[in-house]
Ligand binder design. Structure first.
Ligand code: GDP
Ligand code: MG
Length: 163
């Protein structure tokens, strides 16, 4: 399958929550390689007739800060190479962190389409705060709540257009 959507971002922004939501309908985790394949989970999903593979990155990174950043950096680089589309997930409740900025720097160099996904927008008033993420210089911001599913349809409508 050639449509590959990678979810990247620092820990705790909600990547796995979105991954689980996207593969929910099929309950189809292609492989669970925990620890073996550098920490990536693959699942299959479908939206409006488009099939795609989803990659959840960075699930079990080691604790030390250095290893941590190096591992995340590696995941982002692999994702850029492997994916056809990248979802760069950030957290509206924390705003931009140094690690977010570091990931954004890699993504700006990528030739692949990048969607900036502002997660944890659980209510409309938080949408205003997402505007800070325009600072990445990566284009449009997609507000979602991975927890409730709000906004994910609008995001996927745009993602499948890149296939
Ligand atoms: P990951 O480390 O990026 O994979 O993040 P997780 O998916 O494990 O989520 C980290 C934490 O954020 C968990 O406690 C989730 O329940 C919470 N979370 C994820 N999505 C949302 C959301 O849309 N809204 C809120 N309020 N919490 C969320
Ligand atoms: Mg995770």
């Amino acid at each position: 399958m050639s449509n590959i959507v990678a979810i990247v971002g620092r820990p705790n922004v909600g990547k796995s929550t979105l991954f689980n939501r996207l593969i929910e309908a099929r309950k189809a985790i292609v492989d669970d390689f925990s620890g073996v394949t550098r920490d990536r989970h693959y699942g299959v999903s479908e939206w409006t007739g488009h099939d795609f593979t989803v990659i959840d990155t960075g699930g079990y990174v080691a604790n030390s800060d250095d290893v941590f950043e190096a591992a995340i950096r590696e995941q982002v680089l692999i994702a850029i190479e492997e994916a056809s589309v990248i979802l760069f997930m950030v957290d509206v409740t924390t705003g931009i962190t140094d690690l977010d900025d570091e990931i954004a720097t890699f993504l700006r160099k990528s030739k692949k389409p990048v969607f900036v996904v502002s997660n944890k927008v659980d209510n409309n008033s938080q949408q205003v705060e997402s505007a800070t993420f325009y600072g990445f210089g990566l284009g449009e911001i997609y507000n979602i709540s991975a927890m409730t599913g709000s906004g994910t349809g609008e995001l996927l409508d745009e993602v499948v257009k890149t296939f």
